[in-house]
Design a protein around this ligand. Sequence first.
Ligand code: GRF
Length: 226
Amino acid sequence: MVYPPTLSTHPNASVTTRIAVLASGAGTNAEALLGAASRGELGDAEVVVLASDRDGCGALAAARRAGIEALFLDPAGPGAGGDRDAYGRVLVAALRERQVDLVCLAGFMRILSAGFIAAYEARVLNIHPALLPAFPGAHAVADALAWGVKVTGTTVHFADEAVDHGPIVAQACVPVLEGDDEASLHERIKAVEHRLYPEAIRLVVEGRTATAGRRVLITAAPVARR
Ligand code: GRF
């Protein structure tokens, strides 16, 4: 199976892949993606919106600085009502309105509804600050330190209904140093993420990913879409 099956979800599809970045926090990954997009490093793609569930977060500021639409979607706002499924519908509506083809989660601290995942099936990427399947969840860096691992890292994967679970596109290692605390280790992981995530997105944009079971195969040339 080609993963994603097709990147064009809208009528009159342009060739360019329209990307939405979803983020909640400092936004260093979002900023790296916006920079990579502006330099053409994501392939034939453009980031058309950065959406966030946290008003005033660094990621929204990074989008404004880059001249990209910065969209705060209030999880407790009209139509969302504090309910995960309802918020998922609000997100899907906003992304469809902008003809988004590919969703890149970059520190989006909210579990996506099953409806959202179905609407963007095989078109949602996530980055996680550990070598999955080790240390899933919101405290991956602290958990890795507490376990005493000597090497951790970062994972880019397709998102599915389970948290930090879908097929892995790319991983990179980061050594744990003797004096590390959560902040210092996370900072070095993020430095690696800022390089790895654009590379992984480019593979997807160029149609060079296909899945065999849980394995994502990376091809030299684009794979024919089904
Ligand atoms: C990153 O470490 C990412 O792996 C995780 O959340 C963090 C976001 O950091 N999902 P930032 O907001 O991009 O700086």
